[in-house]
Design a protein around this ligand. Sequence first.
Ligand code: NAD
Length: 481
Amino acid sequence: MTRIENYIGGQFSGAESGDTLPLIDPSINEEYGSIPASGDDDVERAVHAASRAFESWGGSTPTFRSGWLNRLADGIESRLEQFAEAESRDNGKPVSLARTVDIPRAIANFRFFAGAILHDSSDAYTDTPGALNYTLRHPLGVVGCISPWNLPLYLFSWKIAPALAAGNCVVGKPSEVTPLTAYLLAQTCDEIGFPEGVLNIVHGSGPSAGAAIVTHKDVRAISFTGGTATGRVIAKSAGEALKKVSLELGGKNPTIIFADANLDEAIDGAVRAGFSNQGQICLCGSRILIERSIYDEVRDRLVEAVSAIKVGDPLLEDTQMGAIVSEDHLNKIIHHLSIARSEGGVILCGGERVSLEGRCENGFFFSPTLIEGLEASCQTNQEEIFGPVATLLPFDDESKAIQLANSTPYGLAASVWTTNLETAHRVGHELQSGIVWVNCWMPRDLRTPFGGSKDSGMGREGGFHALRFFTESKNITIKTA
Ligand code: NAD
């Protein structure tokens, strides 16, 4: 059994209470370990360790911090296979995906911000009559980073890396559902001698350990990725304490296919957008909008492609879709399917729990599902399902496509498939979405702003946007004449 521990002030320990939560491998539905069920006392110790460490880390040079982030990236890279297997076991995702996307991206996050901090600069206004203005950017102090289960190390590192690069000390909490790679990260810190207390990792449930981080008076900012309902709770409590908060929340993203699109590429893109990581990516395109003149052809080709996705044991190299992350989440998806049926949806493929043979016979698998015949305003087309389920909706013209795309409370990401550059510009301009991809889905330049509008969140991560979030500006005016 794997016994995960908190990492506080450079030391490993259980929760002060001695309580634990179970760790379940979703591909076999077996308990394989435990995490500390941390609470106020553990967070208190972590904040204290971080505050002490900030006394030196907060005043260190960008070059010093950059060096440590690069060493951390090297440490993860040297254990890449171990990290990939842990991510797959914890989350149920294919190990091939963890090996080629999740872990390399986590390494890239540390390397990227190790570089970015060396290229940051601040403003100076030298032409104010009689005065010189320049702006300093100070780290905030102790910050909280709270992340979800779908891309565990990838999203945890996406917060921790800029926070540390900017000179803050971190109290981080990974999802209690997928804590294993955060524990390996702590072990990596320990191995390379990462300065004690600079990065503290506390495990436990959201309402207990997470809420203790959010409400701690010495935690100056919260960077949160997770569900919209949780985001609202955090925003309320952070607002009360006037804390900075960055919220990356849910999505119900449209994939828009125009009749002039390269259909081979569009269909391939729509399938990847809908079903990568079992459809459990906030950026997944779960509503596929298709121009009516090509609707039948695209529907039939999508059904063929989606039916061919191989659902299987995450540890097998040829598995394309692994397990759903937990039994609770599987039940949520099954519930959404019953709603879709009651709303009159026609299940074109999938729609059922999958039973595998052998090692994974008790695992939480669900078949990739396409549904048509639903109104845009129905629950299935409005609520985030966060599973391998996409709906198809026809549209007659560009303005209808835009109206359908914008018709949910969310506004995170969209992909537009067209060979007409003017259509791409016009539609891209009109979409209520933080991210628009044209003729592609998911390529990321880490310098670009990342985040959503409407119920998809507040604030932007990525590049200098993240470094701004994790610093406080101070302007200095000096009389010159
Ligand atoms: P969740 O909101 O249940 O949990 C996310 C994290 O918040 C976990 O670590 C959890 O323990 C913690 N948490 C829960 N309640 C808390 C509280 N009261 N105070 C403090 N922390 C608390 O989300 P999830 O189910 O882990 O993840 C799935 C959701 O995340 C989906 O809605 C998905 O769209 C969203 N997501 C968004 C992005 C993005 O960048 N916009 C990326 C990935 C996932």
